[in-house]
Design a protein around this ligand. Sequence first.
Ligand code: 5GP
Ligand code: MG
Length: 458
Amino acid sequence: MCGVFGIRSKERDVARIAYFGLFALQHRGQESAGIAVSDNGRLTVVRDMGLVAQVFNEQQLQALPGEVAIGHTRYSTTGANRWANAQPLIHHGRARTVALGHNGNLVNVEELRAELVEDGVRLGSGSDSEVIAALIARDPAPLSEAVASAMGRLEGAYSVTALVDDTLVAFRDPFGFRPLTLGQIGEDWVVASETCALDLIGAEVVRDVRPGEIVWVDEAGVHAAQALPVGRNALCIFEHVYFARPDSRVGGVEVHGARVRMGERLAAEAPVEADLVIGIPDSGTPAAIGFSNASGIPFNEGLIKNRYVARTFIQPDQAMREQGIRMKFNPLSEVEGRRIVVVDDSIVRGSTMRQLVAMLLDAGAAEIHVRISSPPVVSPCFYGIDMADEDELAAAHRSVEEMRSLVGATSLHYLSVEGMQAATTLPEDAVCRACFTRDYPTRVPQKVAKLRFEPARA
Ligand code: 5GP
Ligand code: MG
């Protein structure tokens, strides 16, 4: 995952606005953050490891004047969690210099890298995103045409904001895997991964950037072109399940409402007698409210979350992740002696729920009925969510009963694929749900390793 942002404005402080845009997109990536600005065609980038508020201070923002800014928050899917892979990245090509931030993941990056290297292009980073920048930067055609030809070569997921001279460019793959929204603030144009970023800066949501579309903003105003025909829309349904912020509208549907409906449907599909419904905060809370609404079992807080701890997945190795869970949650005496429905949005690797069930039993819970407001995650994601390895997916080779036993619960049920789909109110042919169904909208690589382009380390 990742968050991207872009703005062009003559009058406004574009770096400061990008900062606040990224601040609202922090949940999409906590490994690194960066902003690139163009000041009369002169490019400057500030990027570093850490949270948006750690990377930037007042002084740095003041040192970033310009009329175009793009920003990025990173959560790695291809390439390691290290400085050289922080974005926006800058690539100097034969035809132009491109600064770019990418949310998504390419599936044909090996072929493209080989071709670029063959062509004498030097690729400095281990991320797939530089390939996109390099294709645009070596092409002497006018910018929008160069972007369109690059898009024709890319397979996989990309929602991109880029900066070339004084032009802001945004484009999205023809499947529309990852969200990207166009907004307006006064006369000025902005793009962001999620509508919550537009809300924070006081921009109006205009519309989504369409799958396969390029939008660019220059001195003359805003322009749009359908670079590639829309195939089948395949907006990632995991945005509604987990990833997007609940106050964002993704694919036109507010995420919180979708999550509440998932919980309501789950209660209808997998009812249980219990005393109390609790959610795993924060992402499990809306579905827990929905479960309580539909079942009549009272909802209350059962676990208190330390909100100063970054998302547990963000430290990308298992040892750190396990440690992270202990830092994050503490049970309330509320749970003592009660039969509890524990609602969470998903089980991926299984370690969160296993530890939470143990924690709640330890705190005196009488029974624990785990209800998951999405289906079992059984297949890797090649489009930008960090679940690339089937061996890491707890449910890939386990039955629901085996999953129950793994997490140590009294009972365990998942929401059906149909129930999840209905809760989003989006049509089935408008989403990608391959991680739940193994039905991929594109060809996918046989095998992927996240660090495959990283230099070997001693
Ligand atoms: P796991 O089963 O891997 O231990 O973790 C499941 C928990 O992680 C759930 O509470 C869910 O909200 C959250 N989660 C699910 N998918 C992702 C993801 O792609 N990234 C992050 N940071 N958390 C996730
Ligand atoms: Mg969660």
